[in-house]
Structure formats: C-alpha cells, structure tokens
Design a protein around this ligand. Structure first.
Ligand code: AMP
Ligand code: MG
Length: 450
C-alpha cells in the first residue's frame, strides 16, 4: 500500500474549519508508533525522525493538507447544548485512503490551542495518551470498530490538571479515524439555520463515507446509515463490556466508529449501572444506558436534519436502531464466545441466559468469555449457568481453541487497577515495559479471537 493523500475536507469550504498552527513543544520523545495502522495507509516506512517531524512537529504530509484545520462543531454535553466547543486541543492534520479504499483522517489531541480552546491549554496529559492507547488496542482486539491510536509523542511540558496529581507530563497524540464528522457538526449548522451547508455536509458524508450519490432523499438516507452504524457501535460496546464514559453528541462520529477516549473503563462484571466518569453522578452514560444515550444523540441528528427534510421519513429512518442494536449484541457476544450463530430465535434467548447468569453470579466478563470460548463451559461455572450450558450444547465452535492464548492462566483484561499500575510504572520510573507488554498481550488475544 502506497501513501495516497486526499484533501476531501476542502470541498466543504471555509465555513467548516479554521486553519491553525501546532504548538512548538520543548521536547518530542517518541513513545508509541502504530506500525500496523501505518501499514494500512502506507506510512510504515517512515523512519523515527520523519515520524517525529510529521506527528510531533506537524510538518505536512505531501499532497494532503498544507495547514492543519481545527474543525467546527457544537454538541450536547450531558444533555446540555454547548455552542462553544469545536476542536479545542486538536485538528485535522491529513486525509488519505486506506488499504480498504476508505477515506481516513489523521487527527490530533493535545497539539495546541485553537479558536475553540476557551480556557483550556490545548494540551493532552501523557497519562491521557497512554489511556487512549490502551482503550483503542483493547477495543480493536475485541472486534469493536474504533479509532486507532497512531502515534504518541511526549512533549516535555508540565501540565496542571484537576483530575491528575499535578504537575503532570504532556504528550501529543495522533489518531487514525474513519472521518471526524460528528453529530455535533450537523448540530452547529442547524443552530445557525445554515440550510445550504447542512445540505452540503449531508451530500459530503453520503458520498465519502457511504458511497452514495446525493438526491432529494439524501437526509433520510444519511440518517438511516448513521442509525445503523451507531446502533452497531452500541451493540459492540455491550459485548466488549466497555463504558465509553462521555457519549456526548460531539463525541459521536457519523461513521459509527467509536472515538475520543477520556474517562473510559471496562466493566468488571455485568452491572448495568456501572459508570466510568467520576463526574457522571446521575449515571447517564452507565454501561447499560449506552444504547439509550447513543439513540438520544441520534435524535439530535434527526432534529438538525429537520431543517432540510420532512419529519416522517426521518422518523422512519431511525426505526432500524433497536433491531440493529439487538442483532449486533447477539453477533458480537457469540463472536466473542467463539460460537457460530444459529439465528435470532435461538440466539436471543441465549443472550438473555448469558446476561442473567452473569448478573446473578457477578462473574467477571472477561473470565466468562475466556473459559467459554468455543461454547463448552468448564465445571467451575455452576448451577446458575445450567440453562445457558444446555442451550450452548446446540452451538458449534467458530474456531478451535488451539491458539496458545487459550492455555493462559487468566484472560487478558483491561480493568482500572491494571491501567493505573501501567501508568504508575511510567510516572514513577519512566518504565515503558508494562505498557509495551500489555499492547503485545492485547494483540495476541486479538489473534486468538480473529
Ligand atoms: P471532550 O470532553 O474531550 O470531548 O472535549 C470537549 C471540548 O473541550 C472540546 O471542544 C475539546 O476540544 C475541549 N477541550 C478539552 N480539553 C481541552 C484542553 N485541555 N484545552 C482546550 N480545549 C479542551
Ligand atoms: Mg470530544
């Protein structure tokens, strides 16, 4: 795959972004480069020096954007509309085609202030960057469509943060995303009654992300695609046991690719009320409420599109959400359990039985899937699993348990204590071995599941 630069975003015009410059950092120490992701866009041959020039100093990649663009958007944050946000500590750095022919973005986090920084410093903490590596690697291995952490470079500044012991170390992260058009990108245009640009954005997204031509029914077709993709994302979160933490409408990509990892956590067991963010006191974005939260965001997209479409076709377009959510939960859970689906009439009761057994016994989610992979539950799963065991007897394994991962003493998990331990080793002794070891272990699990 050769690097294939793009600059599609420029089609949208200057009302969608502000040209910005990256901060100049006192240091640029390469901490993580994702060569697997780089190979997909033809950048794996960059030497470390070139890598740092592009992803630490943001020298343009030839043929793509001449200057970084801070993207404009609004959004509902915890259900409150905020017209003051936008790329406040990041920008779109480059666009290119990947090895599947998709239009991709390299975007940043922590690259400096922009017109949308408000009172923020435009920076990312090194801990925040390390956490984003761990989240994205784990989600990818578990089959969740996610942005990828492409690069992490430590930048040598001392940051003050309320939620980390301060001063704390700084970094700049680059992520590889299937687009950065958010529900909030549409909301901003609707807020300004900008009918023309709303139609233009709708056509842009249809063409570049869904391979369709515009037309009179463009808004409802777009909404249908976004409904399907975001329902899928919600379903994949449930199977992964993942709690995103901040499902605000500005954090929802219309391609349904999960991204922007802040206070995320993996749920230790199947607890619908489990929350990730300490500031989510009402549990709005709790584990079990994620589908509802994502659907609520989708409704905000529908409201925005009301400016350029009738109500009835929009409502109709959204109706597929619950069905696709249910279907994805089943597919994703059976995939993780390593069995071949048998059809909704069998699979749905099976999913119900899994949920009941996991809730009743508080079995760690990772442990259940690890031992159950292939469909045969070992003896240690007792009476509460009897119904489930009987149903599973009719399921065939998706692949043999012959990868060495399945002989490990314990599953590869990503619970908060381990995340904190990995960070503590970096913070206390600049010891990166636990992080690198964890990434390797996650990728090995990914191989076993794939
Ligand atoms: P988030 O909760 O990360 O999705 O961010 C919400 C908004 O706050 C976005 O507009 C971000 O760009 C902005 N933001 C978050 N942290 C900072 C920061 N340190 N400096 C400037 N803007 C920030
Ligand atoms: Mg965000």
């Amino acid at each position: 795959m050769a690097f294939t630069p793009q600059q599609a975003i420029l089609e949208l015009g200057p009302a969608f972004y502000d040209p910005v410059t990256a901060a100049r950092f006192p240091e640029t120490i390469l901490r993580f480069r994702n060569d697997r992701a780089a190979a997909e866009i033809g950048l794996h041959d960059l030497g470390d020096e070139q890598w740092i020039a592009h992803f630490g100093r943001f020298e343009p990649l030839p043929g793509t954007l001449d200057q970084p663009l801070a993207l404009r958007y609004h959004g509902h944050q915890f259900r409150v509309y905020n017209p003051e946000i936008g790329d406040g500590r990041g920008f779109l750095f480059a666009q290119m085609t990947d090895d599947r022919g998709r239009l991709m973005d390299l975007g940043t986090k922590g690259s400096g202030q922009t017109p949308y920084s408000r009172f923020g410093d435009g920076r990312l903490t090194l801990k925040g960057g390390v956490r984003e590596i761990l989240a994205t690697e784990m989600l990818e291995a578990l089959g969740v469509e996610t942005s990828r952490t492409f690069s992490l470079i430590e930048t040598g500044e001392a940051l003050e943060r309320g939620d980390e012991p301060s001063p704390t170390r700084s970094a700049v992260l680059v992520r590889l995303n299937h687009g950065h058009i958010r529900i909030g990108t549409f909301q901003r245009l609707a807020y300004g009654q900008d009918v023309e640009n709303l139609a233009r954005l709708t056509d842009y997204v249809l063409r570049h992300y869904f391979g369709e031509e515009p037309g009179d029914d463009a808004p409802q077709r777009l909404l249908g695609h976004v409904a399907a993709r975001t329902a899928r994302m919600a379903g994949q979160f449930m199977a992964a046991g993942f709690v995103h933490g901040v499902l605000n409408s500005d954090n929802i990509n219309v391609t349904g690719e999960s991204f922007d990892y802040g206070p995320w956590r993996f749920a230790p067991n199947w607890a619908p009320g489990f929350t990730a963010a300490y500031f989510d006191q009402s549990g709005l974005y709790a584990f079990g409420r994620q589908p509802e939260a994502i659907y609520w965001d989708l409704m905000q997209l529908a409201s925005s599109l009301r400016l350029i479409a009738e109500e009835a076709p929009l409502i109709e377009a959204m109706e597929i959400f619950p069905e696709i959510f249910q279907r994805t939960v089943a597919e994703a859970m059976l995939w993780r359990l390593g069995v071949v689906p048998r059809g909704p009439e069998h699979d749905r009761p099976l999913i119900g039985a899994i949920e009941r057994a996991l809730v009743e016994t508080e079995t760690p989610i990772d442990l259940f899937y690890f031992h159950g992979f292939g469909g045969t539950l070992p003896e240690r799963f007792g009476a509460p699993f009897a119904e489930l065991r009987a149903q599973l007897a009719h399921y065939a394994p998706r692949k043999p348990r012959d990868h060495p991962y399945w002989s490990d003493a314990a599953p590869c998990a990503m619970l908060i204590d381990e995340v904190e331990e990995i960070w503590a080793r970096i913070a206390q002794g600049d010891d990166w071995a636990p992080l690198n070891g964890k990434v390797a272990a996650i990728r090995r699990m990914g191989e076993a599941l794939a």
